[in-house]
Design a protein around this ligand. Sequence first.
Ligand code: SAH
Ligand code: SF4
Ligand code: F3S
Length: 470
Amino acid sequence: MREEVTIRISPEEIAAQQQFAREFSALDHRPKTYFIVTYGCQMNAHDSEKLSGMLESMGMTQADCKENADFVLHNTCCIRDNAERKALGNVTWLKEIKKERPELMIGVCGCMVQEPGMAEKILRQYPFVEIAFGTGNIHRLPELMLRAVTTRRRVVSVPDEQSTVIEGLPIRRESPFQSYVTIMYGCNNFCSYCIVPYVRGRERSRNADDILREVEGLQKQGVQEIMLLGQNVNSYGNDMENGISFPRLLHKIGETGIPRIRFMTSHPKDLSDELIEEMAVNPALCRHLHLPVQAGNNRILAAMNRRYTREQYLEKVNKIRAAVPDIGLTTDLIVAFPGETEAEFEDTMDLVRTVGFDSAFTFIYSPRVGTRAAEMPGRIDPAVATQRIEKLIALQEEMTQKVFASLVGTNETVLVTGHARRNENQLTGKCSRNISVNFEGPSDAIGKILPIHITAASKTTLRGEILKGD
Ligand code: SAH
Ligand code: SF4
Ligand code: F3S
């Protein structure tokens, strides 16, 4: 069981940050601006909201683009090689802006910085980066900036071990009606392909009281939907002495009166009967479960260290569908894991056909240094990997069309998030199953939950019309 790991940011610290901002701005007699470029998953998106929150509490404002900002921060991801290359490529590009504006301050943070040896590489190969810090150190941003400015030296801060939960950071939320709420940090699962446990540390749950206080605050502000975040939300509370379980936490969050609750990600091995029961009875819980399966073959699942079989996965799918018949299931899939044969890949195809997911994120396996799978023999030819992923995507598109067709004629509740991208006269939002729905309606419907009758389906969205009351 863990020691007390929570660090609370005090009002005095916030005041100290504001003092720094005044000093920073005084340098050339104007308020400073920032721009954050975010890569990766919701965890990173939410970290960026906290980083923005800190920068704003320091008196800085968001620039309209990175070309105009005084401080540009890249919040990076390293889950696959292409994510990492993209981030590094874009950081390199900033060098050109810095040639014209030497006073520009450049920072790099996020999962990539947390990789072993990466901070040294940044110091060596990216001399124009002045601040680099890891995911366990985001609360130290103001202090690191101050050090960089006052000492005129480059500052790197990467914690060896991530074992804390930081509470009380200011948050600048991107949306007034949808909010992320982290419930736990880190991951203990060590799936053999995955770098997350190495860059985000071991599982740490937030205290339930802190989470509930945050949700109550959001509910009072009129937030309609919260997304609870964790790499494996099903093991929420396992690291605490008197922790409550994830289903129990969901129950208490439901009692705050927040209209909609989503969560991600659920590891199939830990999806409990208690959670299925809670999903069946809690009206605030959205009819959506993201349940990454990764592969449909038992040998591959074992080599991935996923700790469930294809049969156990399918059994859980059946159970949840029996309890919540209108649930939409989505998943993550990896093709071309080391040694994957054509027949083993076909097992993944077959599982996708059997389950009928609403949608799936599909990835070609990418070796990550330090993970067990990177040492495994049987690297798959990239041309074969591409063929497999294309086949899988085509099959999933077919399955998505079947699900969409089955929803035409039904009534859904939709949280209206804005105007449709392709047609400014239309509104768009997400139904409880997390599928996009477009329809005609007044702009003042944005931010509300409306009943919509589904009339048609396109490739990626549903179409519908507002259901009028009697
Ligand atoms: N914690 C979540 C997902 C984290 S990463 C979970 O366990 O489901 C998101 C997805 O990226 C994973 O589900 C997996 O499908 C994919 N992924 C992770 N590492 C990868 C790698 N090395 N190569 C390809 N895909 C990977
Ligand atoms: Fe990675 Fe597995 Fe943890 Fe998900 S559960 S973050 S895939 S190690
Ligand atoms: Fe997320 Fe990428 Fe880090 S997927 S946890 S930002 S490595």
